[in-house]
Design a protein around this ligand. Structure first.
Ligand code: IPE
Ligand code: IPE
Ligand code: MG
Length: 234
């Protein structure tokens, strides 16, 4: 892995619905094809030597969608976990999940736990699924935990700084993303990793998520290698 290879890539997998609509198909078909594109992305990360991949699969705001669409997405998540845990687990992929997981259907929670357990010793690439996730709820959850410790007297207010706060986030075990990829051309972060994206390089591509191929990941990584990161310096 060169120093110009991103250690952590985060992806906003967007455009499934538009991809299906363009073909006159139901949105659910777009989600099905989108789940297949995840394989391309994971395998591309393995090829590049990326250590962490965070995939935005379902946001806390996506509950506003029609009930059938939510059911399709949760069903796909479960199927994805069953199929990919074995297949990608054998390639050295470790599965993790972040978000308010206690609010998703119980069978999905169980499948997430099974995937975590089955792949916990894998070390090549950690793939983190952000499910029922939003950056704001993550920060609120962290603030609550910090406040509780202050109330209990195990933490002093003066001890709170960025580094300490990071330890209370869902992502405390991993470095911040180096590169954020968003498909479908939208120029927004849609409540994803608000704290962690502070100095992340952003790459937006026009392609819709179901069309995403590992070559697109390589292209994004090439752009990243040419970026000059300054972190506020000169
Ligand atoms: C991304 O595709 C998948 C999820 C948000 C779960 P969309 O479903 O947002 O597709 P568009 O943006 O409507 O095309
Ligand atoms: C972001 O996409 C959420 C996921 C990819 C899971 P959305 O389609 O929900 O976001 P907006 O509505 O375009 O901001
Ligand atoms: Mg969208």
């Amino acid at each position: 892995m060169s120093t110009k290879t991103p250690r952590h890539i985060a992806v906003i997998m967007d455009g499934n619905g538009r991809w299906a609509r363009q073909r006159g198909w139901p949105r659910s078909r777009g989600h099905l094809e989108g789940a297949k594109a995840v394989r391309e992305c994971v395998e591309g990360c393995l090829d590049l030597g990326v250590e962490v991949l965070t995939l935005y699969a379902f946001s806390t705001d996506n509950w506003q969608r029609p009930k059938e669409e939510i059911e399709t997405l949760m069903g796909l998540l479960k199927r994805f976990l069953i199929e990919y845990t074995k297949e990608m687990g054998s390639m050295g992929v470790r599965f993790e999940a972040i978000g308010r997981l206690s609010q998703i259907p119980a069978d999905c929670q169980r499948q997430i736990e099974a995937a975590r357990k089955a792949t916990s010793l894998n070390q090549k690439l950690t793939t983190i699924l952000a499910v029922n996730y939003s950056g704001r709820t993550e920060i609120v959850d962290a603030v609550k935990r910090v406040a509780m410790e202050v109330r209990e007297g195990t933490l002093e207010v003066d001890q709170i700084d960025s580094e300490l706060f990071h330890q209370y986030l869902y992502t405390s075990r991993w470095p911040d993303p180096d590169l954020l990829i968003r498909t479908s051309g939208e120029m927004r972060v849609s409540n994803f990793l608000l704290w962690q994206l502070s100095y992340t390089e952003i790459f937006v591509m026009e392609k819709l998520w179901p069309d995403f191929k590992r070559t697109d990941l390589f292209e994004a990584a090439e752009h990243f290698a040419k970026r000059q990161r300054r972190y506020g310096g000169v």
